[in-house]
Write a protein that binds this ligand. Structure first.
Ligand code: SF4
Length: 238
């Protein structure tokens, strides 16, 4: 496991639970609005955190914690992810996986092995706009479709989420996403906030994107709700 960060306490990353979050290094996407450049761009990686140290810290607090969130980067790129999560599960803690959905086989395998209790999958944009919004030329959308379909039907607790970025997203995305994950049990919209750690800011300076106003966010939410009544707004940065 290549771990780039460890957050010992969070009430935000695992809904309804006092959790800690493990951040893995490396991602197969390059979303220009990504807040985690230091976990995505190898030239910005910081000193890795020893996985054994992380497990020791989780073990010490296992009676306080109510769950562990595995985030990134993209955790499913880690070849020993299942072993690492297995060691957390042996401590008796539920595990939530954050993923961009690029590996339906990894998601399926982790769920079938009983290693994950909740999954949060990013829905980047309308399927036809994935290339632009994910920063990946020639991206094949089919694995993402497969992951979303599996998550909705396998029985796991889940949420889908989209970070809304002014300059990238429009109501068209909400319409198309609504048709894609119609009636999803949980769909969360989050607002982009510019910061120094954003990929586009690091690579070409600030000002490429901005945040929607509250009124604009409400309009986008209402559009999403036409097909996904559970859609909601969360005012937090990922
Ligand atoms: S937002 Fe997620 S999927 Fe996109 S580059 Fe960042 S970590 Fe990867």
């Amino acid at each position: 496991m290549l771990i780039g960060g460890f957050l010992p306490t969070t009430m935000l990353d695992y809904p309804g639970r006092l959790a800690c979050t493990v951040f893995t290094c490396g991602c197969n996407m390059r979303c220009p609005f990504c807040q985690n450049a230091s976990l995505v761009l190898p030239q910005h990686f910081e000193d890795p955190v020893d996985p054994e140290e992380v497990l020791t810290r989780i073990n010490k607090r296992k009676n306080i914690l109510e769950g562990v969130c595995i985030s990134g980067g993209e955790p499913t790129l880690q070849p020993d992810l299942a072993d690492f999560i297995g060691r957390i599960k042996k401590l008796g803690l539920p595990v939530k996986l954050d993923t961009n959905g690029s590996s339906p086989s990894a998601i399926r395998s982790l769920y079938k092995e009983g290693l994950i209790d909740m999954i949060a999958m990013d829905i980047k944009a309308a399927p036809s706009r994935y290339q632009e919004v994910s920063g990946c030329k020639g991206i094949d959308i089919s694995p993402y479709m497969e992951s979303a379909g599996y998550i909705m039907n396998c029985g796991i607790e889940y949420e889908f989420r989209t970070t809304l970025v002014k300059g990238l997203h429009t109501s068209y995305d909400m319409e198309e996403i609504g048709r894609w994950i119609t009636n999803a049990k949980a769909y969360v919209l989050q607002s982009y906030k510019e910061s120094e750690g954003v990929i586009s800011v690091l690579e070409s300076g600030p000002g490429h994107f901005s945040s929607f106003s509250d009124e604009e966010l409400d309009q986008l939410l209402n559009t999403a709700r036409k097909h996904i009544p559970s859609a909601s707004l969360r005012y937090a940065i990922i």
